[in-house]
Design a protein around this ligand. Sequence first.
Ligand code: SF4
Ligand code: SF4
Ligand code: SF4
Length: 336
Amino acid sequence: MARTPGKPVVDEKSATASGGEDDLKEATPRKITRRCFLGTMTAVGASTLISPSHLNAAEGFEGWPNRFGMLTDLTACVGCRSCEKACNEANKLPRPSAPFDDASVFNDKRRPDAKAYTVVNRYADPKDKNKFVYRKMQCNHCNEPACATACPIHAYNKTPEGPVVYNENLCFGCRYCMTACPFYVPAYDYDSALEPKIVKCTMCYGRVKTGGIPACAEACPMGAITFGKRNDLLKLAREKISKSPDRYIDHIYGEQEVGGTSWLYISGVPFEHLGFPTNLPKRPLLEETKGFLSAVPLVFTVWPALFGMCYAALRHRDEAAKEKAETEKKEEVKHE
Ligand code: SF4
Ligand code: SF4
Ligand code: SF4
């Protein structure tokens, strides 16, 4: 059954308050430290690492019929940004400089980034120029995620529950996933130069795994985001569209795009007016991603990552040397 906010089907007492770092680590089957990864790089060579045979083959992503999803009804969204606020709190992200009720943010089109895993943008209603349509965006939790296919060290994982999660401990900052994602979702956390980190919405995996509801769905005062089993959400979306054909266009975005996504949308206006990519294939991007990665010159992909890692290592060494020199100086002063 689909769940509307405030009406969880299962006991929500056990739900965690956030997406749960530990849960994300647990969701990834094996753990590689950066030190180990760098050692491996030296041993096998970077070119071996990115050869097509080493790409994270995702043919195993067959999907799970009971997996969860989210349905955003854009006709119900009023742009209040309560979902953004709830996401910010659940993921313990830095507070934004402007408050969440500051409508000036709608003057620009925003994308999810390291400080906001979900954002709401405003678009002119093509049917009535005096009205607006609001669109919440975040990771769509693809059925067969291109980010996971692209990641050479399996940092991404499509969980049986539906969310696509990510283990930052494995990331070495190559950013293949950013290039591969058809929705341009993964963001690079530039504040962690020494610890490369890609971030994105986790569909509140920690909550979902323990029977809870993702924070944004729970917070939406308009019931515009429904959490539930993806199959139930598809039925619900079809019912809504067939009952109110004047209110909705006949398209469930995410039902088929790139092989289907866990996050679905229904809308009163065509999706191309709301910044959705509408030229995506119905099949997953797995083959395209692999083809792309084997064709892109090293200079555009691996070398920036290698240079980044070398830079980080050198900076770390310099800082350690500086710290040591300062400590020695203090000791000398003490003994004078
Ligand atoms: S939307 Fe992008 S980041 Fe999210 S699962 Fe799909 S490919 Fe990965
Ligand atoms: S599911 Fe969780 S992480 Fe994703 S947008 Fe909603 S609150 Fe944020
Ligand atoms: S909380 Fe609900 S109504 Fe408010 S912006 Fe988010 S999706 Fe729209």
